[in-house]
Design a protein around this ligand. Structure first.
Ligand code: HEM
Ligand code: 2DC
Length: 450
């Protein structure tokens, strides 16, 4: 029996009840908990009033498109839809997410990992206490920006040196502000906020301006260099130069997507790494297990990094486990192209279907003992196999996935080989929603040389 769409439980008929609930729970910062509450009330499928559309695409973040319309800037892959999206994405896939490119990325990312370790050793020396206790988030933002930039531009920005370039620091701050000012605009239309000259909109514009200005400078720099020393480059020149030389996308399209890649590559990986270090600090035995895996992989692979990355299933499981409990994206969404049946309900084509990643990751019906951090549950055995959905799925999944995975795996390898990670007293850290999910308080960790 297939039950009709109209019978799906939920507050979709009563917009006011929905709004009331939203304010009561301080929904701006608690979207993840709100979704959890809805799942608990209505079961595994519920209907909500969000928006409706007709293309196979994810929820449109209006704040982001409004800014680009306002400043007359092109959409990149993140915001394009339809055929325009597909034709750009196909070309970007080859340069950004193909396994072939991983070979080029890994040596670049490994170098950044080594520099991070050197920087931490230096910090430890300076404290004179043979350890360093700190909130690592700013350090991780720099690590992430340095990593994604080295891959995009084929050269180092030098963010892990003693003196940080104020422009790069400003770029990092702008990304944080951009995410933070986006979430209220999921509920209040940006057009309205723009009209009333509200601070959220002004801050949002200022944040994107800062992001685009800095990315433009980086892109111009490479563009000039490419024209100066034309000829065949000896080493891999980075994603941007490869795209320019390939000459299949317009310069404006390239700029738009490279800017999105640069901005999308900072808070996402750094926060995931911070959560992972937090979990490793809470589970010292697991930390030793991972260290042993890394040591064995290092010995067996004899200097071949790509081989090494094939021998660390538990480290990879840890990253999947982090994204299960602390996903960057609270949900995945698609406008479905055809009618489908979910949980015996008929869902008509064109409906925006949301998969609650945060809620699913904590559901005991999906994950046995979901509250436990257990990387081994992701190891593939004959009896069970889960697919990790933290990066989305299918052709519209995260374009930066390969970069993010390699960058995070190499980071953990270097940290585990050099430091023991500990944490102070017992502090329960939860998630807060600022478009992406972030820790609701600083995570203070201690790094000790091995
Ligand atoms: C899209 C997660 C890192 C660039 C997405 C989506 C998710 C996601 C869930 C939506 C996918 C879908 O709808 O199926 C993550 C996580 C990251 C991460 C968990 C790290 C832990 C990065 C990095 C970059 C990046 C490092 C850039 C280098 C993008 C872009 C899109 C995207 C451009 C839009 C792709 C499109 O619409 O075609 N990401 N991401 N992400 N991500 Fe990431
Ligand atoms: C936020 O209800 C909650 O990867 C909304 O690197 C639905 C929604 C839509 C799109 C999602 C967004 C959520 C979270 C952040 C995501 C975004 C798509 C891409 C973006 C998941 C779940 C992110 C962080 C990108 C950001 C790129 C950058 C240039 C802004």
């Amino acid at each position: 029996i297939v039950r009709p769409f109209n019978e799906i439980p939920g507050l979709w008929k009563n917009g006011w009840a929905n709004l009331y609930n939203f304010w009561k729970l301080d929904g701006f910062r608690n979207l993840h908990r709100l979704m959890l509450q809805n799942f608990n009330t209505f079961g595994p499928i519920y209907r909500e009033k969000i928006a409706e559309g007709h293309y196979p695409k994810r929820l449109k973040v209006e704040a982001w498109t409004s800014y680009r319309d306002y400043r007359n800037r092109k959409y990149g892959v993140l915001l394009k839809n339809g055929e325009d999206w597909r034709s750009n994405r196909v070309i970007l896939n080859k340069e950004v997410i193909s396994l072939k490119m991983l070979e080029n990325f890994v040596p670049l990312l490994d170098e950044v990992g080594q520099d991070f370790v050197a920087r931490v050793h230096k910090k430890i020396k300076r404290t004179g206490q043979n350890k360093w206790t700190t909130d690592l988030s700013q350090e991780l933002f720099k690590y992430a920006l340095e990593s994604v930039s080295s891959v995009l531009y084929g050269e180092r920005l030098g963010l892990l040196l003693d003196y940080i370039d104020p422009e790069a620091q400003h770029f990092i701050d702008c990304i944080t502000l951009m995410f933070k000012t986006t979430s209220p605009m999921l509920y209040i239309p940006p057009a309205l906020l723009k009209q009333t000259g509200s601070k959220v909109w002004r801050d949002h514009v200022e944040a994107w301006d800062g992001i685009f200005n800095h990315a433009d400078r980086c892109i111009q720099n490479i563009y000039k260099k490419l024209h100066q020393d034309a000829g065949t480059p000896k080493k891999y020149p980075g994603v941007l130069a490869s795209l320019l030389m390939l000459d299949k996308l317009s310069i404006e399209d390239i700029k738009a997507s490279v800017t999105e890649l640069m901005a999308g590559g900072v808070d996402t990986t750094s926060i995931t790494l911070l959560w992972t270090l937090y979990e490793l600090a809470r589970h010292p035995n697991l930390q030793e297990e991972l260290r042993a895996e890394v040591a064995a992989a290092r010995a067996e692979s004899q200097g071949d990094l790509l081989e090494m990355l094939k021998r660390i299933p538990l480290v990879k499981g840890a990253l999947k486990e982090t994204l299960r409990l602390h996903p960057v994206a609270v949900s995945l969404q698609r406008y479905i192209a055809e009618d489908i049946i979910i949980q015996k309900y008929h869902i008509p084509a064109g409906t925006l279907v949301q998969l609650g990643l945060y809620a699913m990751g904590r559901d005991p019906k999906v994950f046995f003992r979901p509250e436990q951090y257990q990387p081994s549950r992701w190891l593939r055995t004959e009896t069970h196999y889960f697919r990790s959905l933290g990066f989305g799925f299918g052709p519209r999944q995260c374009l930066g996935r390969r970069i993010a995975e390699a960058e995070m795996q190499l980071f953990l390898i270097h940290i585990l080989e050099n430091f023991r990670v500990e944490k102070q007293r017992h502090v329960e850290v939860q998630s807060t929603f600022e478009l992406i999910l972030l820790p609701d308080k600083p995570i203070i960790l201690t790094l000790k040389p091995l």
